[in-house]
Ligand binder design. Structure first.
Ligand SMILES: [Zn+2]
Length: 101
């Protein structure tokens, strides 16, 4: 993926946020979180603890489509926001190693 991201149009961002809100109340999403498992750390945290995370953040041109949203626990979500994309990738890789046992 390119390191360069064009600035996202504020109106487009608004549209994508609205779309995410719709997706969040959809039956599809409810089924998605019903397992209660975080997409990133694979921990069972219960569906109430899962939040919607965009794989490609909206601020980086991501969209609120099914293929770009995953259930994430609060810990992963918070961590993702505080890390640079490359640091986050390292974190996800380290989790994948741990899950292999
Ligand atoms: Zn997690």
């Amino acid at each position: 993926m390119s390191e360069y991201y064009a600035p996202v149009d504020p109106d487009e961002l608004k549209r994508q946020r609205a779309r995410a809100r719709e997706l969040r109340v959809s039956g599809w999403w409810k089924r998605r979180i019903s397992t209660g498992v975080c997409y990133y750390c694979r921990r069972q945290v219960g569906h109430k603890a899962l939040t919607m995370d965009h794989l490609v953040p909206l601020g980086r041109g991501g969209t609120s489509i099914r293929g770009n949203v995953v259930p994430a626990c609060k810990e992963c979500n918070t961590r993702k926001k505080s890390l640079l994309p490359i640091e986050w990738q390292d974190y996800v890789d380290s989790l994948a190693d741990r899950a292999d046992d």
